[in-house]
Design a protein. Structure first.
Lengths: 418, 418
């Protein structure tokens, strides 16, 4: 019985040779994601992994809909495993925004799904950090969300030598398109062509752009200009004040595929250009209005960062910490007549939030000690019965090999001194 | 656009009036689950939320299969959202057990799914703590897993007045059944009848038992005896040594519905008997052998604890902590000419893992201060420009109302003193 194609098992370290995904690394990434988002005052939320199909079919653009992991459930409802979090959070905000002070700053760590042929860096599921701000139209919020993206990557040990955030602007592209005589109703079609320029043959882009009355050379000229439009200059100044300017550059080659973006957009890439995008996002001021069918109007912006490319980057930059040591204390049970008292000792350690382990059944002294080393324990502890019947506890520091002996009266007093 | 029936949104606190599920409470529960499992030396793993349908159809007994959230995917594969974690972890262990030292002690926090009519305490999804031990046949491992279950609930503030673990044994029931002339091949059928006795009309149970040659009064007599069979006495002695005996009692009315249990089984209930089971589990020594089609033979045992009943119990016992304060510092920007420097200050705090917030756009002093109070901040900090052009930082402790003033040179030196 094998798992489904494109899905992952997450084993504890040390992971089996043919299983590259470690739950310890995943939880390390999740921990950095959460800590940084909380440092920025973002609050955690979550929604269902399964949503009505209609939540996606009109909102996200053709690209994502074709790849949905959708099906008809036993109650004949068209449903889909969530391919992205933005429609869910837009639904949640549209439903209940009045309960929350603005601006709303929320994050989530959803598992997302898509049905497409799995390939390197793209499986059928991944986890994604989603951070969004609702209720702030000012570009200072765009700077905040980009700063958060940068600091999330910094919290994992990555530096400006490892990644760069490419900043662009749908508004800038909109102004470009209109100033060249483009039809405003065809703007999204135009954005889609620009989005694919890097991957498409020049002839194809030329032909598609011609249908909109735009020359490829003009588009390429704008991409190569890299002159910050006003909204991007404001973001740059803001990031500079935070000491984060080295992590960003203006790059109009970024425009983002999804239909709902309306303002500043951005993507983070590894500087060596070896991997897919690490993260991406932007402003989507109309989506809440759409999702709420006109009832709620809140400006919004955010980003998503997946775990797959990120884990590849951390491995490539040797930024994966060691997860070998998970136990503070191994309690050695060398005198079986003291097994029950030793269990009491184990309980005292665990009650004090000090991870502790022991062997379930009688085992030779050296086997128990070997287990302590394998678990990366900081110390061993064992009870010993003296000839006068009293019991003492022997504590051995496995780093310094120093030993301490203390009287044991059954209470946790013996380790009060650490 | 509404979410699907039986699924939950998890809002940050304070949750909207009609939305009872809080992400803060969920993460509080997850935090206690993880911390306690780690204190016991358990390592975290995870698997796919979607598995091949066959993983469940033969292994889990009829009860669970009828409620599966299964479908046929776009590649014509029969698949199911996972209804429980045990088949997944059994698959993972069966595949890769050689990479891990025994006993294997693992935990996971999966979201699980079932397709049935939602009712109080039972939705179409829930989260579950799963803890399992593989590779230890001795009953000392049964005691360890029950102790972990107890300590998980204790870590949330629950006491022996709030919950009890009812201990039973499939072996004891097996011995009972055989000693009354039962046919060993009908043992699981017999267990199923016993499992339903509390919910079924006596006539129905009497009739079903008669078909197996057993009298209902005999079964009731055994349930009421509550005499610990040897394996349960061993568990009780072990738990007593840990100071946890007050949390358990022998109760042969517990037998568990799933087919795969083979030894000690148990369920945790609120002592007032107001809610469904909080947790349940037991020993399943044959499952790895079955799942691996005979290739691997490892004794196994574990338990699952859902978040829905648990959250209800915590609310009823007023054990839900306050989640109001999420920010240490609010940086007040009263002099807009100092906005960029203030952003630098915000960055210093966040870089030091001290959650900090500020207002994105110019706002009146009292509005900014009110925001600090709403966020539950411990202090406000603001930059002030003196007449000689130098800048100072004013730190206000919002509890004591004490103020401190320090020089500000743009470096984080100002808060080095705390």
């Amino acid at each position: 019985m094998e798992r489904l194609t494109g899905f992952r098992d997450f084993y504890p370290e040390p992971v089996p040779a043919n299983e590259p995904w470690s739950c310890d690394l995943r939880q390390h990434i999740f921990g950095c994601w959460r800590r940084t988002a909380r440092n920025y005052g973002f609050r955690e939320y979550d929604g269902p992994p399964l949503e009505p199909l209609e939540l996606y079919t009109n909102k996200s653009g053709a690209e994502i809909v074709a790849q949905l992991f959708n099906f008809v459930d036993k109650g004949d409802r068209a449903v889909s495993l969530r391919p992205e979090m933005t429609p869910t959070v837009a639904r949640m905000v549209a439903t209940s925004e009045r309960a929350f002070k603005k601006p709303i700053k929320w994050f989530s760590l959803p598992q997302l799904f898509r049905y497409e042929k799995p390939q390197k860096g793209r499986l059928r599921e991944h986890f994604q950090l989603n951070c969004d701000i609702f209720g702030e139209a000012d570009v200072s919020a765009d700077a905040e969300i980009v700063a958060l993206l940068i600091d999330v990557l910094r919290s994992l040990g990555l530096t400006a030598e490892d990644f760069v955030v490419r900043l662009s602007s749908r508004q800038a592209w909109q102004r470009f398109f209109i100033s060249r005589g483009g039809n405003p109703e065809q703007a999204y079609e135009f954005f889609q062509i620009v989005d694919k320029i890097e991957r498409e043959k020049p002839e194809v882009s030329t032909q598609k752009l011609a249908a909109l009355g735009i020359a490829l050379t003009e588009v390429q000229g704008f991409i190569n200009s890299s002159v910050p439009e006003p909204e991007l200059q404001s973001v740059l100044d803001n990031l500079e004040a935070r000491g984060l300017k080295a992590f960003v550059k203006v790059d109009y080659g970024v425009i983002r595929g999804l239909a709902y973006y309306t303002g500043v957009v951005f993507e983070a890439f590894d500087t060596k250009g070896e991997l897919r995008a690490i993260a991406g996002g932007g402003r989507y001021d109309q989506l809440i209005h759409q999702v709420s069918e006109g009832k709620v109007n809140l400006p919004a912006l955010g980003f998503g960062m997946g775990d797959v490319v990120l884990a590849e980057l951390l491995k490539a930059r040797q930024l994966v910490p060691s997860f070998a040591s998970t136990i503070d204390t191994v309690v050695l049970i060398e005198d079986e007549s003291l097994r029950l008292q030793s269990l009491g000792l184990v309980q005292q350690l665990r009650d004090a939030d000090s991870p502790a382990d022991y062997t379930f059944t009688p085992a030779k002294s050296d086997r128990q000690f070997k287990k302590a080393l394998e678990l990366g324990a900081a110390r061993t502890v064992r009870l010993e019965r003296l000839s006068d019947g009293t019991i003492q506890v022997r504590i051995k520091n496995l780093k310094t090999r120093e030993e301490a002996i203390r009287p044991y009266d059954g209470s946790p007093a013996w380790f009060a001194g650490g």
